[in-house]
Design a protein around this ligand. Structure first.
Ligand code: COA
Length: 163
C-alpha cells in the first residue's frame, strides 16, 4: 500500500509552462480528495460516459491521489492516482479538465506518480491506457504490452515503465 506519509503530505511539484503555471501535490485533505473525485466525475463519467459505480472503486482508500491546481487561482486542473500492488505501482485515473489539456498538466501528474512509486521502492509502474492516450504515455517512457482489450466499454492496452 502506498498511503501518503505524514512527511509526504505536504509534498508538491511546481510547474511553470507557458501559458499556465500549476502546482501538483498529494491530496491529503478531505477537500483535496473531494476535488480529485469531482474532476474524475467530470472527465470520466460526464465526458466519457463511464458509469460512476465503475469509476469509483475499491482502491480509493489505499491509493495515493495527486491533484494539480492552477496557479495562482487554485482551481483544480487535473488528477491521477497511484496504487501499489504486488510490489508494482499502478498509475491510473489520469484526468485533466478539458480547458487545461495540452499544457503539460497530464505529463506532470504521471511524472509525480512515477516519482512517488520510485520513493516507495516499487520496481516498475504499469497502467491500463485508453488506446487514444497510448502516444501520451509513450512520451513518458511507457511501452505497450500485449493485445488491446475492452474495459468499461473503451479499448485499452496495458503499458509498463521501469522506474
Ligand atoms: C490524456 C490526458 C490525461 C493528457 O493530459 P494533457 O495535460 O492534455 O497532456 P500533456 O499536455 O501533459 O501532454 C504531454 C505530451 O503528450 C502529448 N499528448 C497529450 N495527449 C495526447 C494524446 N491523446 N495523444 C498523443 N499525444 C498526446 C502532448 O502533445 C504533449 O507533447 P509535448 O510534450 O511534445 O508537448 C488528457 O487528454 C485527458 O484528461 N483526457 C481525458 C481522460 C483520459 O483519457 N485519460 C487517460 C485515461 S488512460
Amino acid at each position: 500500500m502506498v498511503a501518503p506519509q505524514p512527511a509526504r503530505a505536504g509534498a508538491w511539484w511546481g510547474v511553470v509552462r507557458w501559458p499556465m503555471s500549476f502546482r501538483i501535490s498529494i491530496a491529503s485533505t478531505p477537500e483535496a480528495r473531494a476535488a480529485c473525485v469531482a474532476l474524475r466525475i467530470e472527465v470520466f463519467v460526464d465526458e466519457q460516459r463511464i458509469p460512476r459505480e465503475l469509476e469509483l472503486d475499491g482502491h480509493e482508500e489505499v491509493a495515493t491521489h495527486f491533484l494539480a491546481v492552477d496557479e495562482p487561482s487554485g482551481a483544480p486542473a487535473g488528477t491521477a492516482r497511484l496504487v501499489a500492488t504486488d510490489g508494482r505501482g499502478k498509475i491510473g485515473r489520469v484526468a485533466v479538465v478539458k480547458a487545461r489539456r495540452r499544457a503539460g498538466v497530464g505529463a506532470a501528474l504521471v511524472r509525480a506518480a512515477m516519482e512517488e512509486a520510485r520513493r516507495a521502492d516499487l520496481g516498475d509502474a504499469w497502467l491500463s491506457a485508453q488506446v487514444s492516450a497510448i502516444a501520451f504515455y509513450e512520451r513518458l517512457g511507457f511501452a505497450r504490452e500485449g493485445a488491446e482489450y475492452l474495459e468499461d466499454g473503451i479499448l485499452h492496452a496495458r503499458m509498463r515503465a521501469r522506474l
